[in-house]
Design a protein around this ligand. Structure first.
Ligand code: ADP
Ligand code: MG
Length: 548
């Protein structure tokens, strides 16, 4: 409501300059429109830059996970690695961009103000200039502290995530053994530590502003004192003095803002450093260049030779394989037998280079494994082990993992693996999702799914590491049949406790403490009446562990 008194005034004004007045709201809208639009563009463009950077960094760090030297996985936990790739990259990119945006604006203001101060009185400005080294000093000292805290917080966050990871995996065991309160305490202790670090970090970054402002106040006081001394005899006008002080006071806001970005910048640096470390400081798996010619069906492949191979996981422990030598002919089926811890798994892990020998040589088809191109080498092996690992995807996707999907072949493999009957009963058939690590399948079904996968890969060498040890008799019979089909025409290394598996082998290698103690056919070893015969006798058809 416009007061009645003003009405005539307004009327008069409008009559006099109605045209030009109408321009005001238009110009106003236009200016705000342009300003808003530019601000919008700037924000979107910056977010785009940040997110593109984040995307590239994430992709690179994940790709490094896929080709990293496997020592990485014994050094870092799954939760620490997922923190790096998922969370730290995000925090780093976002905080850094926001901080840089603020910094660009404030730096410009700062430069303009300092220019103005120099123009007003360059001598007095010199005193103001003293402010910068001291502010820098404060910022650097606090930043170093913030960086250390940020690193410690990262570790604490990893540990916290690790406890969650473990408790999710072991949720049944924790409940069964009533270990909840201990786990809760463990989680609380770590959270408590993280809280302490966060408080320390906030204390350091909160000290930044008052400290820089104290320094600014000191500079301001200095200027005023000097100006007062000068004013008695010199030509400093009151006007220029007031301008100078005003400009100095205006400096405080951008300095404060700059001090405030130190904390997010440090935090984002620590975060990005972690991702970059993963990319740059993690070595790739080493690979040679040898690739076999296109498979020629006449030339048998899969000759494996081990020459004096020693594998020692830790310097202070006994070697898992001790100057071990073995020669396996193409197409031969070799059963590895021995007490738990005798080095059987280590031996088969050598072949796809999951474990590297400390000394000695492993040859496949006459070429040292180190000379093989890694992809080509691993293409030679299909593996079924006791702890089956499945991806949370459909049955079909798990069967043809890493290869193009061909439904007729998937069914043929499921058929050969004695799993087709079960899959046919499922409403979604081969498109049934299997859940996290195929939790929706029974142990025997999981094992047979792994066999179907090995069949689908159709590799020349087959590795079976206790593939039947966890099964009941009925599943074992089904798995056994499936394995028998799988072994046809392939060089096979089979680690087993069951006589039914070992009997089919061309040769049985008996191991003890990383060495071969006996080898030969089942019958020959029985006649020998040595370690193998003793194992058989004690086990009653099953080679029981730890009886040697
Ligand atoms: P097997 O399969 O015959 O039971 P392994 O090859 O698994 O035996 O283990 C042989 C020895 O090497 C054992 O003493 C075991 O403790 C040790 N070992 C196996 N894997 C590792 C590892 N990743 N780190 C350290 N030691 C290991
Ligand atoms: Mg083993």
């Amino acid at each position: 409501m416009i007061p009645a008194l003003m009405q005539p005034l307004l009327d008069e004004g409008f009559q006099r300059a109605s045209f030009s007045l109408w321009l005001v709201p238009i110009v106003l809208l236009l200016l705000f429109g342009i300003r808003g639009f530019c601000g919008y563009l700037a924000e979107v463009a910056l977010a785009k830059v940040a997110n593109n950077g984040m995307l590239a960094l994430r992709r690179k760090s994940f790709d490094r996970l896929l080709d990293a030297d496997m020592a990485l996985f014994s050094r870092q936990s799954a939760s620490a690695l997922s923190n790096t790739v998922v969370y730290e990259v995000q925090t780093g990119a976002t905080q850094l961009v926001n901080a840089l945006l603020g910094m660009a604006r404030d730096t410009l203001t700062l430069i303009a103000l300092v220019g103005y101060l120099i123009y007003l009185n360059w001598k007095l400005t010199l005193i103001v200039a003293l402010l910068f080294p001291s502010v820098t000093f404060v910022m650097r000292t606090l930043s170093r502290r913030l960086y250390r805290i940020a690193k410690a917080s990262q570790d604490a966050t990893d540990n916290l995530a690790y406890v969650v990871e473990e408790n999710v995996l072991a949720h049944r065991m924790v409940r069964l053994h009533a270990a909840q309160s201990a786990q809760s305490q463990r989680f609380f202790d770590l959270s408590h530590k993280l809280r302490g670090l966060t408080m320390k970090s906030i204390m350091a970054s909160a000290a930044m502003t008052p400290l820089t402002q104290m320094l600014a106040a000191a500079a301001l006081s200095g200027v005023i004192c000097i100006a007062l001394v000068q004013s008695s005899g010199s030509n400093v006008s009151v006007g220029s003095f007031v301008s100078f002080i005003t400009a100095m006071l205006m400096l405080l806001a951008p300095i404060k803002h700059l001090a405030n970005v130190a904390s997010p910048i440090t935090r984002s640096m620590a975060a990005l450093e972690r991702a970059l470390d993963l990319i740059d400081a993690t070595p790739k798996e080493s690979s040679g260049g040898y690739q076999p010619e296109r498979a020629d069906s006449d030339t048998p492949r899969g000759r494996i030779v081990l020459n004096d191979v020693t594998v020692q996981y830790q310097a202070e422990t006994a070697p898992a394989l001790d100057r071990f030598s073995l020669d396996i002919a193409p197409g031969e089926i070799v059963a590895l037998v021995g007490a738990s811890g005798s080095g059987k798994t280590t031996l088969v892990n050598l072949l796809p280079r999951f474990v590297l020998p400390n000394t000695g040589q492993v040859l496949l088809d006459g070429h040292d494994l180190a000379d093989w191109q890694l992809g080509a080498l691993r293409g030679q092996f299909a593996m079924v082990s006791q702890d089956v690992v499945m991806l949370n995807d459909t049955l079909a996707a798990n069967v043809c993992l890493g290869m193009p999907r061909d439904d007729t072949r998937v069914w043929a493999c499921l058929e050969a693996a004695n799993l087709a009957t079960h899959v046919r009963d499922l409403p979604l058939g081969v498109d049934t999702p299997v859940g996290h690590n195929a939790a929706q399948l029974s142990g025997g079904q999981r094992q047979r799914l792994a066999i179907a996968r090995a069949l689908y890969k159709d590799a020349p060498i087959l590795i079976l590491d206790e593939a039947t040890s966890a099964l009941d008799t009925e599943s074992e019979r089904l798995v056994q049949e499936a394995l028998q089909r799988l072994m046809v025409g392939r060089t096979t290394l089979v680690i087993a406790h069951r006589l039914s598996t070992i009997e089919h082998a061309d040769r049985v290698v008996v191991m003890e403490r990383g060495r071969i103690v006996e080898q030969g056919s089942h019958d020959a070893l029985m006649r020998l009446n040595g370690t193998y015969a003793r194992l058989q006798y004690l086990g009653g058809g099953e080679l029981r562990e730890a009886v040697a």
